[in-house]
Design a protein. Structure first.
Length: 92
């Protein structure tokens, strides 16, 4: 197995672990891409990883938009003055 093939296998393994972990702890994110193009025998796997990454990015964009809408709705809720009583005693 060539060094380039071994390096690309390691990169694809790392990307797949990151996608599988999704919400888990990941490493620092820095990596050095192997020199040269992806070996032809890894092309299908690399394209599958790329497709999963694009789906993840699209899902994150949708989640981000939902959170932004919820935050905007919360900002529209009027605040209550803290100097007014919270309850009214109707029996005492």
């Amino acid at each position: 197995m060539s060094d380039n093939l071994r390096a690309w296998l390691a990169v694809l393994d790392r990307f797949e672990r990151a996608l599988d972990a999704a919400d888990g702890e990941l490493d620092d994110g820095a990596f050095d891409a192997p020199e040269g193009p992806v070996p032809e025998e890894l092309r299908d796997r690399a394209e599958a990883v790329l497709a999963r990454q694009k789906l993840m990015i699209d899902g994150l964009a949708v989640s981000r938009a939902n959170v932004a809408r919820e935050l905007a709705a919360l900002r529209r809720v009027p605040t209550v003055s803290t100097d007014a009583p919270a309850y009214l005693d109707v029996q005492g």
